[in-house]
Design a protein around this ligand. Sequence first.
Ligand SMILES: Nc1ncnc2c1ncn2[C@@H]1O[C@H](COP(=O)(O)OP(=O)(O)OP(=O)(O)O)[C@@H](O)[C@H]1O
Ligand SMILES: [Mg+2]
Length: 302
Amino acid sequence: MNTKDTSNKVRHSPTLVAENVRFAYDKHPVIENLSMTLRPGEITAIIGANASGKSTLLRGLARLLRPSTGAVLIDGCDVARLPTREVATRIGVLSQLPVAPGGLSVGELVARGRYPHQGWFRQWSPEDERGVRDALAATQMSELADRRVDELSGGQRQRAWIAMALAQDTDILLLDEPTTFLDIAHQIEILDLLVDLNATSGRTIAVVLHDLNQACRYADHLIAMSCGQIAAEGRPAEILTTALVKKVFNIECRLIPDPATGLPLIVPVSSRTPLDKRTTHWCCPAPADRFGKEDQAAALRR
Ligand SMILES: Nc1ncnc2c1ncn2[C@@H]1O[C@H](COP(=O)(O)OP(=O)(O)OP(=O)(O)O)[C@@H](O)[C@H]1O
Ligand SMILES: [Mg+2]
């Protein structure tokens, strides 16, 4: 799929596929024989308990970790065989807990997102300047461009890193918990931004989220991980069940319709919840029956 975004750049929505991959640390396998597809032009949310392998999978997809067996393919091409610079111009990554070199300013950090686009014959250009400026503006970091990254609050720092990933201007974006440290307003803002990037330029996006309700709202496709395996995947409203939440997180919950979207809203049930309030009465019909993607986006913005 090719689309033109607001900068008039013709974009291609690539497919990223993991084929029977095994990812291990020092020979200790975390993920074995896993296959998955990041669907082109869609937002995929990856959910799962701590240590279930979400970051390991994302790092593997980004070629930060090499599979000991199997392969990761971008549009059918093994990423292990591609030059590093090419991978960096095609896949943008935000790691879970990135650390900036001491003393680096926000502007300098975000400018690093443009490095893969430089080369022997291609020095810093007005396009790079614009890329940095737009990324800072999109994350509301323009006014903090001269501040040192290590002197920012956790949420400001997170937005600086997101800006760097945006400045990289890749067709694939892999973001590991981009909303961690952000207040609720900035969480919504960043997730809305991803929806906009996806809608206007058809970027293929994978995002690890711990908030199941946000995952449900924002993702076209959901991957639920458990113990290094995919426990379930599909459209959020089609796969999210109380049984899946129990299997993946070992908690009881109720599913009720989200008043803003009609999508499932997960309400955890604790041992302190009165017995008569613990059961589930509602079953979410497939959202496609009621909402198109644009209707959903409009509902979210209301
Ligand atoms: N660099 C590493 N070296 C060794 N083991 C690691 C390393 N990174 C992760 N692991 C192990 O791999 C397993 C999966 O970790 P991973 O970071 O992928 O989980 P996660 O699902 O992202 O968890 P969280 O929700 O806490 O971020 C864990 O048991 C973890 O201890
Ligand atoms: Mg993680």
